[in-house]
Design a protein around this ligand. Structure first.
Ligand SMILES: Nc1ncnc2c1ncn2[C@@H]1O[C@H](COP(=O)(O)OP(=O)(O)OP(=O)(O)O)[C@@H](O)[C@H]1O
Ligand SMILES: [Mg+2]
Length: 257
């Protein structure tokens, strides 16, 4: 089965265009099965603000107190997942929302409980849950919350969750959909970048904020063997008759899966 994992940024869920859904249709018509992981940054920020919960980011990761975690779950599982699943359904996809924390689907360890609170790194993915849905022609839409070994729920950066799922499932393509066309350097979209170039742009502060966990996740996926990973816009066409638009992050020759 040919599969494509699509991480859909919370930054763009409300702005997904008809052209974007047409690109998805194009991929399906080429025989790919789609699965989604979503983020929810802006909605989470709005609700934290409403409840006057202080916000703090450390290296692009959201510091997550017990109170923040409750709001993160409420937003991701109760709102963002519902919105994306409904949008996909209304465009004819057989979308099926799932929480990463259910049935031990996504399992994680605390990254650094003292510094980051309830933030995790995925250590296990029960891929059979996804396979089951894909085999039955569903389009899974995954909420990036995992369970720790002590049973507590952990907030997983959606880009990291996407990478972990892509690696464990050994997908054929991995795409990060966001609110910009791809990686922009000095005002220009860069169509191809190697891992080495990415690191130097991070050091030069030309790749910043939410783009850092995204490119690091992309690199993680190509290091595990995928030939390339793409960062594309959800506002425009990103795939048309075999042609991709956005930034391609590629592996060096010789590490093809
Ligand atoms: N070099 C760069 N090129 C393009 N965007 C960049 C760059 N450096 C930083 N960014 C920022 O990264 C943002 C995308 O990451 P962000 O985390 O905000 O969105 P997302 O991951 O799509 O959504 P979510 O985090 O809610 O899942 C862009 O909107 C842009 O502001
Ligand atoms: Mg992000």
């Amino acid at each position: 089965m040919k599969t494509i994992l699509i991480k859909c940024g919370g930054s763009v869920i409300d702005d997904l265009s008809t052209a974007f859904f047409n690109s998805l249709k194009d991929l399906e018509s080429e025989g790919y099965h789609l699965l989604f992981v979503h983020g929810g940054g802006p909605d989470i920020n709005d609700l934290l603000e409403l409840y006057q919960v202080p916000q703090e980011y450390i290296n692009g990761l959201r510091k997550t107190s017990a109170e923040t975690m409750e709001i993160v779950e409420m937003v991701l599982a109760g709102k963002t997942n519902r919105t994306l699943t409904a949008k996909l359904s209304s465009h004819g996809f057989n979308a099926f929302g799932i929480n990463g924390s259910d049935g031990g689907f996504l399992q994680a360890d605390f990254i650094d409980q003292e510094r980051l609170g309830f933030v995790g790194d995925i250590v296990k993915v029960k891929t059979e849950i996804i396979s089951m849905l894909l085999n039955e022609k569903y389009t899974p839409v995954i909420t990036p919350i995992a369970t720790a070994s002590n049973g507590e729920k952990l907030n997983i950066n959606a880009d990291f969750a996407a990478a972990a799922i892509a690696n464990n499932l050994q997908v054929d393509h991995c795409i990060f959909v966001t609110d910009v066309q791809g990686i922009i350097i000095n005002g220009e979209l860069v169509s191809q970048l190697s891992k080495e170039e990415i690191e130097s742009y991070i050091h030069a502060d030309q790749i910043t904020g939410g783009m850092i966990p995204k490119v690091r996740s992309a690199v993680n996926v190509i290091e595990k063997g995928l030939q390339n990973v793409r960062i594309v816009s959800g506002k425009e066409t990103f795939f048309n008759q075999g042609h991709w638009i956005g930034t391609e992050i590629f592996a060096k020759e010789g590490i093809l899966r």
